[in-house]
Design a protein around this ligand. Structure first.
Ligand SMILES: [Zn+2]
Ligand SMILES: [Zn+2]
Length: 270
């Protein structure tokens, strides 16, 4: 199985499990490498209630070390972070990038700056009621513009769950390629890797992130790929990877990417 680089730890307050349990699950799933990428701290603190704080970073490094000692050479354990893209975050992300010898940084859009709603974490289940009364076309336009800006920043190795905005199943009418095409151009120009994130199959949308139509265009544009479970519990490591390999191959992919200290190399897809 390909590497699984998107996983969380209890430091973010909404994931569970000890390092040894994640490593055992990764070994059982047969992934080629396992990466830890918990929600990165955000300033000013407390920013929200679903991430580690800055002063917990040493505890996070220790958590990764515990995973490495349990793996004991049986499996490469990679160190990453899932960083949030927010307006003006560049200085902070640059600082974070020097705080550890990271193997990769994932950039994700969980927050949207909205002219009417302010900055809001649109994928938080607490906003499910709000979504029903929103102009979905407007939110989608805002999401994809934000995503393209994140790609262009050049701060991230991997871009997380590309169409997370569909999480609760709210999708504009018509051909979605009008949203995909400009962002795929931006991602390809920036040279970023995207992830095929299997968690979406277990959310209200019932689809992986991104949509196979997006993935097809991304492959044609030469954008490299990783597979991700986005595990928030050990049992989720490598979840649905067989199905994801089928989706990736159908989109045209024949390889994924491995990361080591922010350098990448290809790995053939099974
Ligand atoms: Zn999370
Ligand atoms: Zn995420």
């Amino acid at each position: 199985m390909p590497a699984d680089y998107h996983s969380h730890t209890p430091l973010c307050h909404h994931a569970e499990g000890e390092p040894h349990a994640y490593v055992n699950a990764a070994l059982a799933a047969g992934v080629s490498e396992f990466g830890i990428s918990d929600h990165a701290p955000l300033l000013p603190e407390p920013f929200d209630d679903w991430r580690m704080s800055e002063r917990e970073l040493p505890e996070y490094f220790d958590w990764i070390e515990r995973a490495r000692s349990h793996a004991a050479g049986r499996l490469a354990i990679r160190a990453g972070l899932e960083c949030d893209w927010l307006p003006g975050c560049e200085t902070w992300i640059n600082q974070l990038s020097t705080r550890h010898e990271w193997d990769y940084l994932i950039g994700s859009v969980h927050y949207l700056p909205d002219e009417e709603l302010g900055i809001w974490d649109f994928d938080n289940p607490k906003w499910l009621g709000r979504w029903a009364s929103l102009d979905v076309e407007r939110i989608w336009t805002n999401y994809w513009t934000t995503y393209a800006t994140m790609a262009t920043s050049g701060l991230f190795d991997i871009l997380g769950h590309p169409d997370l905005v569909k999480k609760f199943g709210f999708t504009p009418a018509g051909d979605l390629e009008r949203f995909y095409a400009p962002v795929i151009d931006a991602v390809a120009a920036a040279g970023c890797v995207i992830e095929l994130n299997t968690a979406g199959w277990h959310k209200p949308c019932g689809q992986c992130y991104p949509d196979p139509g997006f993935l097809h265009l991304a492959c044609a544009a030469g954008i490299p790929l990783v597979l991700s479970s986005d595990a928030h519990a050990p049992a989720q490591v490598g979840r649905d990877f067989a199905q994801a390999i089928g989706v990736a191959r159908a989109a045209g992919y024949r390889e994924t990417v491995l990361f080591d200290k922010r350098q990448r190399r290809p790995e053939p897809l099974p």
